[in-house]
Ligand binder design. Structure first.
Ligand SMILES: NC(=O)c1ccc[n+]([C@@H]2O[C@H](COP(=O)([O-])OP(=O)(O)OC[C@H]3O[C@@H](n4cnc5c(N)ncnc54)[C@H](O)[C@@H]3O)[C@@H](O)[C@H]2O)c1
Length: 277
């Protein structure tokens, strides 16, 4: 493959949540097109393992243990990555998680959890990277992971949907504020994907096959990583403030007027099924 099309050779990328799942796939794909990678994860063993895999692909890599949900850590992680890699050009953040409850039963703690875990950390990590890029007079690119849940109603996980919708909005505002500095900011909205945390259990696969998702299969972490590679690369040089659906056509079916209305209950993330309350 002619990787020069991507124009990513020698670029330094910070991947927050890079220790498994979407972050791991993205780290390896970026390494294959010549990126230097800083893998940030709250679990040391995961960060070390992915950094070693990147090094095996022949690219400089560093592992950083940090919890970007805590105030001040995002800035700290960015500074450490810059010291290790000699500056940063790009950011990918992947961490996110949902809690499940009806709006009637939602607690302030659940609401805050979902906003911290999905939205707040991206805002402050992106701010830290942008401040550094602007002060050095460098261009850059950023990608975060939203969800189809940020684009449609999300019964029984309204706080997750609101936080993922917040990402879609904040990338637009960042894109506009930072365009004069040549910093592009985009999001990816995955549909249903198989990850180490939410694996492709038989029940989940069958449910997907019976669903209205046109491709009748779960997506893979590599398919999300490939979208991140595109958005970070020069192939997307005129793309900013955009949220790219990578959902096997789920939202197309939804927009055609075939809503997916799950029954009331708690969504069991592991099984990917609704358990009656
Ligand atoms: N699985 C799906 O069907 C689906 C659908 C839509 C969107 N998404 C989104 O995709 C994204 C990626 O999901 P995934 O399953 O690959 O992620 P994940 O939950 O496996 O997390 C990736 C890594 O982040 C690390 N991490 C967690 N909290 C951290 C913190 N505070 N600081 C630093 N590192 C931390 C974890 O240790 C893990 O190694 C999430 O934002 C998720 O909401 C998933």
């Amino acid at each position: 493959m002619d990787t020069s099309l991507f124009q990513l050779e020698g670029k330094s990328v910070l991947i927050v949540g890079g220790g498994q799942g979407v972050g791991e796939s993205t780290a390896k794909l970026l390494a294959r097109v010549g990126c230097r990678i800083a893998v940030v994860d709250v679990v040391q063993e995961r960060a070390d393992r992915v950094a070693a895999a990147v090094a095996e692909l022949g690219q400089p890599a560093t592992s950083i243990v940090g919890n970007v949900l805590e105030d001040g850590q995002a800035k700290d992680v960015v500074e450490r990555a810059e010291r290790e890699l000699g500056g940063l050009d790009a950011l990918v953040t992947t961490i996110g998680q949902a809690s499940f409850n009806s709006i009637l039963d939602m607690t302030p703690e659940q609401w805050d959890h979902d906003h911290r875990k999905n939205l707040r950390h991206f805002f402050f990590t992106a701010q830290a990277v942008a401040r550094s890029l602007v002060s050095r007079g460098k261009s850059g690119s950023m990608v975060c992971i939203s969800s189809v849940g940020g684009m449609q109603s999300t019964p029984n996980h309204a706080s997750y949907g609101a936080a993922k919708a917040g990402l879609i909005n904040v990338v637009r505002t960042m894109a506009v504020e930072w365009a004069p500095h040549n910093i592009r900011v985009n999001a990816i909205a995955p549909g249903s994907i198989a990850t180490p945390r939410i694996p492709a259990t038989q029940e989940r696969v069958e449910r997907t096959q019976q669903s209205l998702i046109p491709t009748k299969r779960l997506g893979t972490t590599d398919e999300i990583g490939k979208a991140a590679l595109f958005l970070l690369s020069d192939l997307a040089s005129y793309v900013t403030g955009h949220t790219l659906l990578v959902d096997g056509g789920w939202m197309a079916a939804y927009l055609l007027g075939i809503p997916h209305i799950p029954p009331a209950g708690i969504l069991d993330a592991t099984a990917g099924a609704i358990q009656p309350q």
